[in-house]
Design a protein around this ligand. Structure first.
Ligand code: ADP
Ligand code: MG
Length: 241
């Protein structure tokens, strides 16, 4: 579904991604772990060209994204949902309106149909009773579930998550991870940057360990957590587990 060839990204003289080669298959759930500053967010943002790679290519569903014109790129981006640490909901729109704006405006979905989909998705994330609530009246966990539902409202083929639970109070982490786990079990292709090692162990098909701009190690959760081969992976895990 996504192929990454010799991806490099620098900010000025700071070479943040050094030579990334990776593939994500349809239906695969991949968790990306690694120390702060290792390039995880930059990698994720390069997948949908929120960051423009300095070199290399991203191929999504057979189309090379790097070098595409803005119009074609935006079309393909709609197939890649993204959820951030900060939920970034539209504050003056209700939960339901947050889900219908983009499908109606940028995909031309019929308003009535967008409403129906929104209600269905809010139920799916356990917020069927919050259609008309404004973000400020929702807890952090609820807001993040609305943000996930909003990304799903565009009917994406892949969902990218960048530390979706890092800004949450601890008691709200579980409800968001539960929604993500259900999504994984429904067959969604997912790339998830997280420090939630329990989620990685339980839900990931594959875990990538990033350090200093490289994917240092990749394997099943069991391989990475129980028998890491690389010294840097071992060192990182000894600090977080
Ligand atoms: P991680 O998500 O693993 O913590 P990031 O991808 O956010 O790592 O950051 C990796 C490096 O890239 C850091 O040194 C960071 O300062 C730098 N960086 C990230 N985004 C930018 C940016 N927009 N401009 C300049 N430097 C950036
Ligand atoms: Mg990050």
């Amino acid at each position: 579904m996504i192929k990454v060839n010799h991806l490099k990204k620098s900010f000025g003289k700071n070479e943040v991604l050094k030579d990334i080669n990776e593939e994500f298959s349809q239906g695969e759930v991949v968790v990306v772990i690694g120390p702060s500053g290792s390039g995880k967010s930059t990698f994720l943002r390069c997948l949908n060209l929120l960051e423009e790679p300095s070199d290399g290519e991203i191929v999504f569903e057979g189309t090379t994204l790097t070098g595409l014109n803005e119009k074609d790129l935006n079309q393909l981006r709609q197939k890649m949902g993204m959820v951030f640490q900060q939920f970034n909901l539209f504050p003056h729109k209700t939960a339901k309106q947050n889900l219908t704006i983009a499908p109606v405006k940028s995909k031309g979905v019929d308003k009535h149909q967008a409403d129906q989909t929104a209600v269905k998705l809010l139920r799916q994330v356990g917020l069927g009773d919050k259609e008309d609530a404004y973000p400020a009246s929702l807890s952090g966990g609820q807001q993040q579930r609305v943000a996930i539902a909003r990304a799903l409202a565009m009917d994406p083929d892949v969902m990218l998550f960048d530390e979706p639970t890092s800004a949450l109070d601890p008691e709200m982490v579980g409800e968001v991870l539960k929604v993500m786990k259900d999504l994984a079990q429904s067959g969604m292709t997912m790339v998830v940057v997280t420090h939630e090692m329990g989620f990685a162990r339980e839900v990931a098909d594959r875990v990538l360990f990033m350090d200093d701009g490289y994917i240092v190690e990749s394997g099943t959760p069991d391989m990475i957590f129980s028998n890491p081969q690389n010294e840097r992976t071992q060192d990182f895990l000894s600090k977080v587990l």
